[in-house]
Write a protein of this length. Structure first.
Length: 374
């Protein structure tokens, strides 16, 4: 679909306009993905490209993720993976997966999923997108390892739309051979004068002619590459240790924390990062019971004020889509038609969704009887 330049700019800075074409695939809705092809990115990273359901285009925001499900050795396994393809190419969705030692899902995908194979998945979710900072004139993307994937989706989207935004992309890898999307990023730099890339490796590995820097990201190196980093909107994704170090580094350099955005995944494990479980107030520790009714299925169960709605539903044998159970991924997002809950989430739901009555059941506890849109 052709998008005029002014409309393209609006589309990239306004979340609602990313959803103007294609089919709305709700985060709590499960569909079948059919693998179209598998691409070897590095020696231990593969991209899996999928058609969705009946082949209709899918709406999502660059940087969002989806939760995929596979049967691994007789067990149902779910993992969240960022969509590495851009929303400007809505007929094929891709995830880019690093093989993790002992990783049930990553190893299964690498060893078993071929073109024509199928997975089940819940719809796109997450708030780590450039639309969280509309109108930002300059951006800094900082990634390590597989954390490159959401930032790659953002970069591809901007270039597809011809926005030529001022973006500096700094990626850290173990060795040059471990740089995911290395050739594509070099090609994209040639296409977009506003994009600059820098690669930093811990060691050279087998690439003896590597001329780039080695070591870890430091404030002096960042200042050399990006002298105006303090003026930029920063998006960071990678292993937890890396993101923590980057946040400290930027703070020491005087970067405004309000302009810092961080993904909530543990990229090294391929799963949603562990977050502190929501704590209850004293008022929630009572054993007062409430009734929960599901409007569509007409099922009913009772629960105490100290339980989360998701935990109580599972205990009652009511299947509700879920993944992280920490208020991060958004998979269990459900509309509360009647009643009130107290919700303490970790970024898996937007304010506009809360205003429309949606809640994350994994971190919501009832304060009255409830009717849910399920």
């Amino acid at each position: 679909m052709f998008v005029p330049a002014l409309q393209a700019e609006d589309r990239f800075s306004n979340p609602s306009t990313w959803e103007s074409g294609g089919k709305l695939w709700a985060s709590g809705e499960e569909q079948i993905l059919t693998c179209a092809r598998v691409v070897d990115e590095t020696h231990d990273v593969k991209s899996f490209e999928f058609r969705v359901g009946d082949g209709s285009p899918v709406r999502f925001e660059p940087g969002q993720f989806m939760t995929v499900t596979a049967n691994v050795q007789g067990q149902r396994v779910q993992r969240c993976y960022t969509i590495s393809s851009p929303p400007t190419r809505p007929y094929l969705l891709s995830i880019t997966v690093k093989r993790v030692p002992g990783g049930a899902m990553s190893n299964w995908l690498h060893d078993n999923l071929k073109a024509g194979g199928q997975l089940r998945a819940y719809g796109p979710s997450g708030s780590f997108t450039p639309t969280s900072a509309p109108g930002a004139a300059k951006s800094l993307y900082l990634s390590a390892g597989s954390g490159v994937t959401p930032l790659m989706s953002m970069t591809r989207a901007g270039i597809d739309l011809g926005l030529d935004r001022d973006i500096v992309f700094v990626h850290s890898a173990r060795t040059p051979a471990d740089i995911v999307f290395r050739k594509e990023l070099e090609r994209l730099v040639a296409l977009s004068p506003g994009l600059r890339t820098f690669f930093l490796c811990e060691g050279i590995g087998g690439e003896t002619d590597w001329s780039g820097p080695t070591g870890r990201l430091s404030l002096p190196l960042l200042s050399e590459w990006v002298p105006d980093y303090a003026e930029r909107e920063v998006f960071t994704c990678g292993p937890r240790g890396y993101m923590s170090a980057v946040r400290t580094l930027l703070s020491e350099g005087g970067h405004d924390p309000a302009r810092y955005h961080q993904e909530s995944f543990d990229i090294s494990a391929g799963t949603v990062a562990e977050a502190a479980a929501p704590k209850c107030d004293a008022s929630q520790t009572s054993q007062e019971t409430f009734t929960v009714k599901l409007s569509r299925s007409q099922k009913t169960f009772t629960m105490t004020a100290s339980e989360t709605v998701l935990a109580a539903a599972k205990k009652a044998g009511v299947p509700i889509p879920s993944s992280c159970s920490q208020g991060i991924c958004g998979t269990c997002k459900t509309k509360v038609i009647e009643g009130e809950v107290e919700m303490k989430h970790n970024g898996g739901i937007r304010d506009r969704e809360i205003q429309k009555g949606f809640r994350l059941l994994c971190c919501s506890r009832p304060t009255s009887d409830l009717v849910l849109e399920l």
